[in-house]
Design a protein around this ligand. Sequence first.
Ligand code: ADP
Length: 530
Amino acid sequence: MNEKPKVLIVDDRIRNIIVLEEMLADLDIELVRASSGKEAVEKTKSTEFGLVLMDVRMPGMDGFETVEMIRADPLNELLPVIYITAFYNEDYYRVKGIKTGAVDFITKPIIPDILIGKVSVLMKLYQQRKNLEEEILWREQIEKDLKKAKDLAEEATRAKQKFLSTMSHEIRTPLNAIINTVNLLREEDPREDQMDSMEILKFSADSLLQIVNDILDFSKIDNGKIEFETVAFEMRKLLNVVSQSFDYEVSRRDLDMTVRIDESIPPVVVGDSARLTQILINLTGNAVKFTEKGSVAIEVKPFKRHNSRIDIEFRIIDTGIGIPKDKIKMIFESFTQASSSTTRKYGGTGLGLAITQKLVELQGGKLKVKSQVNKGSTFSFTLPFLLSDKTRVEDDALQKASFHSLNGLQVLVVEDNLVNQKIVSKYLTKWEAAFDIAENGRIAVEMVKKKRYNVVLMDLHMPEMSGYGAAQKIRAMKEDHFKNLPIIALTASVFLEDREKIFKFGMTGFITKPFDPKELFWTIAPFLKK
Ligand code: ADP
């Protein structure tokens, strides 16, 4: 604030005003005159003053009345006033003065030092208040700006997430068709040269699906929309599965792959085996990818034992290209790789480590890395697991069993997409199940009335009537058969809300697309009545 603070001098006699002005001439303030109460009230309406020096006795409106009028304006409610009066000792004036909120009295004849002293103290206070007010305004502005920036950032994050999940879903649907078609073709005795092309097609489609899943996974984790499971599993078996999944890659290179698991690790522990597999596959996958020759080892040791819990340390050690010191921090960020030539040479999206780190941290661990260029890298982390007295876990029926004939099973496939219809039909034919196809929910509702199906496979998004609508209609039908008829949703969504919705509409379960033939088989097989 560069303007000088203003002081209003009110007196009906110009001579008195001039005397005051001379006394205050050395102060850094601007003096404004008013020769009547009325003029004073008007001036305070249009100008901001820091102080009023008010003569008490004036013709017309006296000083007290004038102050009452001035203070009636909410903006001037607290405007300080010094009354200049010869009658200071008269009680009447004192009481009236204080009632109107007087700050001070100066009696005539005025002693210059007292006037100057009082005015400068009040002006200093005024100045301080102004500074504070300005600071508050400034802070309010900053707060507003901050909130705006935060809103914008949140909006951008929401838009990013929405974009990522919509895009991934849109890509998953046609990918689903590609992968399933390749799976079918491979089972139709192709020529050897065709088989090779199909392997390439399958490999590419699988990697594309992996990327899309990574993106979805990442946006889910970023959103905090992730829950960890607690299932009992055999640690040694899990590690074998992880290492076996790199057999092909390892055999193509001059690589040694070992799993070293400490003897004191219990056979069965309880935790999220699927997420652990994902973490280990990401880290081991990188180790294999970035190691041309030498070895990749997975080491598993107990870190700390508690009463009912064990913290286990995992180390993935490779003798590969290593990571330069200045790049170590960077590689954990999403979509970043140690060198821009990495994508060209090794592929990948740079999401693996960002996801892995989050998955480890969300379970209470920390992902660490030690690396030396051209010598190799070691990634390590510790995760807690609950102890179990079991020594083995029954194999998942899904993995173990082989297909058998579904002869006698009556299936209704409700699906509007032609490619998906074909894929499901081919599998059902192969498994010798009988089936009909309904192109939308409305037709499905009609068809279940006419024939006793054992199970309905229900796509969710269809024209005319959605899968949700159809399921609801079927459940509302009178006979018990319709209340118990198994309805399995076919969904491309991996979101928890969507899955909850499936059950809310009375469906029995769901299969995610692109579906795994094994999963489809084992979901519908139990409905074959023997
Ligand atoms: P991606 O492997 O898809 O590129 P990641 O997030 O898994 O993405 O890894 C990010 C980067 O970290 C890799 O591109 C690579 O530069 C570096 N990196 C990760 N693991 C290793 C490793 N074991 N050896 C050397 N470099 C690695």
